[in-house]
Design a protein around this ligand. Structure first.
Ligand SMILES: [Zn+2]
Length: 227
């Protein structure tokens, strides 16, 4: 909006998708003479917190999501200790979450905030890095677009990786044991967005739900861990 010189009369501006640099917030505030509020939100949950007006972290807002900060062993850490943000609950009835790891890190502060809002805060928030695939021509591909292509195929579950040699592997778990899916057709659909130069291997796996929870599966397929 700043770049294009878009004018407007706003009560407040919200920024939700990625973390907002402070100087950008300041420039927007100057230009539009309104508050600029940065949200911490995830695709899976929607908004989780808003940035304190006194810059003391992000106040946790929703009452229907339970926010915890946990360590590597899934134990909640003490307030003030940094860990991974997890959420329990969720607004999508088809995506119930139980200590769902967001990939974002922060510490929790339960002490009353000088700004007057006494809700707990996420302090020192550092967001997950965006994960992008690279197509055959070296251009980035958003995983969301893979999801859009797969939407036309009936399946229960899938998992997709890109190897360091840039080739892709995708595992798909059909709806029932008797379901038949055509690997070639799926590969064709994926090549539409990954490009003709990409190597895509499609695996139909009726046991994917079990296999993806087994570390040996990843070791045998990738040597993935520790790399
Ligand atoms: Zn505050």
């Amino acid at each position: 909006m700043l770049k294009w010189g878009i004018d407007g009369d706003f009560g407040v501006l919200f920024s939700t998708a990625v973390s907002m640099p402070g100087d950008l917030a300041g420039r927007l505030k100057n230009k539009y003479s309104c508050d600029v509020v940065d949200w911490y939100s995830t695709t899976e949950t929607g908004p989780i917190g808003y940035e304190c007006r006194k810059k003391n972290g992000f106040h946790i807002l929703p009452h229907d999501i339970y926010v915890e900060v946990i360590d590597k062993n899934n134990n909640p850490v003490e307030p003030g200790t940094k860990g991974e943000i997890t959420v329990t609950g969720g607004r999508n009835p088809y995506l119930p979450m139980l200590r769902y790891r967001t990939g974002d890190f922060a510490s929790i502060d339960n002490t009353p905030c000088p700004c007057g809002d006494h809700t707990p805060r996420l302090v020192g928030l550092s967001g997950r890095k965006p994960v992008l695939y690279i197509d055959g021509d070296g251009n980035p591909v958003n995983p969301v677009d893979i999801g859009r292509v797969l939407r036309t195929i009936p399946f229960l579950q899938h998992m997709m990786f890109q190897r360091t040699d840039k080739s892709f592997d995708i595992w798909i778990r059909p709806v029932t044991k008797d379901s038949r899916l055509n690997e070639d057709k799926i590969q064709e659909k994926l090549m539409l967005i990954l490009g003709k130069k990409s190597i895509v291997r499609v695996h139909i796996d009726h046991e994917l739900d079990v296999n993806m929870q087994t570390e040996s599966f990843y070791d045998s397929e990738f040597g993935l861990f520790g790399d």
